[in-house]
Design a protein. Sequence first.
Length: 267
Amino acid sequence: MRLAFSTLGVPGMPLPQVLRLAADHGFHGVELRTHPEEPVHTGLSPAQRATVAEEFEATGIRPLALAGYPRVAAPGEDGPVLDKTRELLHLARDLGAPFVRVFPGGGDAAPEEADAAAVRRLTALAPSAEDAGVRLLLETHDSHLTGAAVARVLEAVGHDSVGALWDTLHTWRGGEEPEATYDALGPYLGYVQVKDAASADDLTPLPLGDGTLPLTEVIEQLSRAGQEADCWLCWEYEKRWYPSVPGIDPLLPGAADHLRRLLAASA
């Protein structure tokens, strides 16, 4: 399995510095939070996009995914959701990123209404994703915390260019065991976000291994399923939302070592 980290842990950090951190600590890729306040966003010009792609190419680090914020199950008109997601797909194509992340965001809508909105929009977006050579991933998050909830939507969409992002924090919060999550998401899995926290009631990010998430079980499940070669593990340390926690920079070596120990133990 290959290792990545998210730029949520280094908010606003210039891309060359992010890439140096990844290379120095043995990470193979970077998940890019795609927001106007970040160095990489959909407002970049063609020349700026080419520069970003060249910076990745020069370091050998992969732009794993664009972490976007469209909410495909949210109430409201389809147009803005579709437009924003297509902008992300075009940016991913230009940067050479294989994945774009979207949220469910169903809010207070009834589950069947949220599912229907997500299915309708993802079905409409699937041809754009296929044309861009990018896979659109629905994250286990908010209204669809579990693998079972996300799989309901993806089964109805039924397109190879639309898959799942397994956020281990949220499936754990949803009470779903790793084996059950993988059983639901295995046919659709893009990559896996790993995190750690003290409890489901205290989601303050912790260094990997210092909390209570079942990361050993997650990696053992991926190994049993034969995901050693194809799967990415991406550490999402959400400093952007928790400014009082330590910076990610000094934690990267320990995170990489911890994941490698878990991988070696599961081999």
